[in-house]
Each structure stands twice: as C-alpha cells, then as structure tokens.
Design a protein around this ligand. Structure first.
Ligand code: ZN
Ligand code: ZN
Length: 286
C-alpha cells in the first residue's frame, strides 16, 4: 500500500475561542471568555484560559490533552479561571510531568493588590517548566521565540506576549493594558496584532484599552492586520465591528473585530475565517 504523505503546512492557526472580557461580559457570557488557542505543527498552546476555556476547547474539537503550553497574562478571572484544568489536561490528568506554564508574577505568587497565586502551587508543580513572565523576558517554545511585552493594568504584573516565527514573522497579544508612551516599541515590525479592546471610543478607564488607545498603538506599530478582542459590555453594546471600522479609517491598517470561534490563519498571508468548527480545518493535528 502506498501512503501519500501530504506536505506539512507550517502555518499557524489562531482560534479565538472567546472574545469577551471584563466582569459583566464574563458573568453574562454575552461573549465567551475562553481565550485563544494557537496551533501549528508541533505546537499547541492556550492563551488566557478564562471561564469556558475547557468546555469550548472540547466543543470545538480541540483536545486540551494535546496542549504543550498554557499562557496566563495576569491574575484576573477572565484570563485565568480554567488554567488549572488545562494544566491537568496538558499533564494527562497529572500523570505526566509535561508542558510549559508561562504566567505573570501575580498568577504564580500573588501580589500586593490582594491576589493570591491564582494557579495553585500544586498545579505549578505539574508542568515540565514554569516561566515567570516579566517584560522583555525572552524564551523559546517549540520553534517559536516568545518575548514578553509590557502592559499597564490594574494588576501591575500584567504582561502581553509577542511570538516570532522564523518563516512568517511575528504576531502578538497585548492583554489588558492602557496606552502608554513606549508600548508600541514592543510591537515594532509586527505582522498581526491582537488587542484587548475592552471599551469603545470616548469611554476611558484607567488601565484598560479603549478604541482611542488602540488607534494610537496601531498607528505607531503599524501591523499588517489588527484584530480586536476581549470586549467588555459597553463595547459589545456599541458594536465592536463599528469600532474596528473607525480604527481602520484612522490608521489605514486593516482591522477586524473578532467573533467567538473565529480563526486566523497566519502564514505567508493572514486570513480570517468566521466561526466554524475549528477541528474541521485542523484535522491533521488530532
Ligand atoms: Zn481582562
Ligand atoms: Zn484584567
């Protein structure tokens, strides 16, 4: 029997399992809060597993036992609640020491804002490696070089992440942050920028990103594509798609408001696909 080996496609698939953020979007689930799954050849990681990460992973056919890294940007529930169960999945129900946990200081140790270590010490022992993420730290996971970016948020230990691929350049995730001078230097030369735009234009809130903040970051960093996610209630009511249009008009950077289940293919080109069972197009990984 001849087996035909199809050429492997090294493109990176980014699945927005959830696009909601903040307390009221979370407790009402107006938008899901399941975070982002990033999958490529030999690489499978979850970014900010808020409430619903486990359930929507399974629902979308993305087996959490295939994870090799869990990233938690800070110690707020819309970013961390499902981290422990995903670590249990990644470590095959705690029977195998495997995978990497990348998390902010607040997540690992707690901080002066009253947060405890929100991933228990017990769960911190399960992965093969635990990396405390602080701005400018660099490390490698699989064939991706990760650098930690700075964020300014109500959890002072919050960080974002920048992912460099050898073939296709880089993409990044800002996490919750306000605009500050110097933020864009972390995203220079980026191709795809995913921003946590909690609030619409004209609704400033210290430590959180509004459409106006996003415009400044995108104008300065000038990515090839911007994707907005992590919408709070006011943003949801105002209409994220309208806010994306406003950003695009102001910056000339193609900008899309993510929808739950949306998939981004990051390769030579960046393509966006509306919600679809992720597994149908990712079959080879499962
Ligand atoms: Zn948040
Ligand atoms: Zn937060």
């Amino acid at each position: 029997m001849i087996t035909i080996k199809l050429p492997m496609n090294p493109q990176i698939n980014i699945i927005l399992l959830g696009t909601g953020g903040g307390r009221f979007a979370t407790i009402t689930q107006k938008r899901r809060t399941a975070g982002i799954r990033i999958i490529s050849e030999g690489l499978n990681f979850h970014l900010d597993p808020g409430p619903g990460a486990l359930v929507y992973s399974i629902n979308e056919g993305l087996n959490p036992q295939k994870l090799n890294a869990v990233f938690v940007s800070h110690g707020h529930p819309d970013h961390y609640t499902d981290a422990e169960v995903l670590i249990e999945a990644m470590t095959k129900g705690t029977t195998k020491k495997r995978g990497v946990l990348v998390a902010s200081r607040s997540v690992l140790h707690g901080n002066e804002t009253g947060l405890n270590s929100v991933v228990s010490k017990y769960h911190q022992q399960m992965p093969e490696r635990v990396i405390e993420a602080s701005p400018n730290k660099k490390f490698q996971i699989g064939n991706i070089n990760v650098s930690v970016t700075e964020a300014r948020h109500t959890d002072p230990d919050t960080v974002g992440f920048r992912f460099e691929t050898s073939e296709f350049g880089s993409f990044a995730y800002t996490s919750d942050t306000e605009y500050f001078e110097g933020i864009s230097k972390y995203y220079e030369g980026i191709r795809l920028l995913i921003l946590c735009v909690m609030r619409p234009s004209g609704k400033p809130w210290k430590g959180h990103m509004t459409t106006n903040d996003a415009i400044k970051i995108i104008e300065e960093a000038h990515p090839e594509q911007a994707v907005l996610t992590h919408f709070g209630m006011q943003m949801i009511f105002k209409g994220p798609a309208r806010e994306a249009k406003l950003i695009e008009k102001e910056t000339d950077v193609p900008t899309i408001a993510a929808k739950d289940g949306m998939q981004i293919r990051f390769g030579e080109t960046i393509s966006l696909q509306k919600s679809k069972k992720a597994k149908q197009s990712l079959n080879k990984y499962f």
